[in-house]
Design a protein around this ligand. Structure first.
Ligand code: IMP
Length: 190
């Protein structure tokens, strides 16, 4: 089986992606290749940040690699937190980030939000980009315990439950990351 590096330290994401690629690729993450560096995400878009990470691995480890950059975009907050999703509360963690979004959304009736993922694949020295989006709405309070990040407040369109009330398998059928990954997999098979 071929190996591919997924440029992340995040175990939740590694696990989700391993499931999506099971039987097709052996997915190694940054820890697996001995990379302990926190790769700087200094771009201003998801595309730039994903590219910074995949190119870092190629340049420093000479390995084919893909990297994703994802985040939550809330319509009434001018698409915030966006690329700042992981550090929205200034590094206080997932719960503080989620609470800040809820606080900023207090009294706002437009609850439309979406998760977006961009994947940058560096293969044979060339970059290929893949995008996934899932639309939904924000709850007024958290519900559910699975997943991570903003999952407890995000209800995907067409479902009466949050991402955090879904199993990983169910979320993997529809999520932004799964959609971008499906495009990546289709590309890798072609
Ligand atoms: P990353 O670029 O995929 O690491 O995502 C950046 C941040 O966006 C995460 O730290 C989370 O706060 C948020 N995020 C991305 N994907 C998800 C998801 O599937 N569920 C909940 N939050 C997410």
């Amino acid at each position: 089986m071929k190996s591919l590096v997924f440029a992340t330290h995040n175990l939740h994401k590694t696990q989700e992606v391993k499931e999506l690629l099971a039987g097709k690729y052996t997915v190694l993450n940054l820890t697996d290749i001995g990379c302990t560096t926190e790769i700087p995400e200094t771009g201003t878009t998801f595309v730039e940040n994903a590219g910074l990470k995949s190119k870092f691995v190629l340049e420093n480890y000479q390995l084919d690699c893909f990297a994703d950059d994802s985040g939550l975009e809330v319509e009434a907050l001018n698409q915030e937190p966006g690329i700042y999703s992981a550090r929205y509360s200034g590094g206080k963690g997932d719960l503080a980030n989620l609470q800040l979004v809820l606080q900023k959304m207090e009294g706002i009736s437009n609850r439309k939000a979406r998760f977006k993922t961009v994947i940058s694949l560096m293969q044979d020295g060339k970059e290929h980009l893949f995008e996934g989006v899932i639309n939904g709405t924000l709850r007024t309070e958290p519900s559910g315990t699975s997943g991570f990040g903003y999952d407890p407040i995000f209800e995907p369109e067409g479902y009466a439950k949050t991402f955090a009330e879904m199993s990983m398998e169910e979320k993997n059928q529809i999520s932004h990351r799964a959609q971008a990954m499906k495009k990546l997999i289709a590309f890798l098979r072609a």
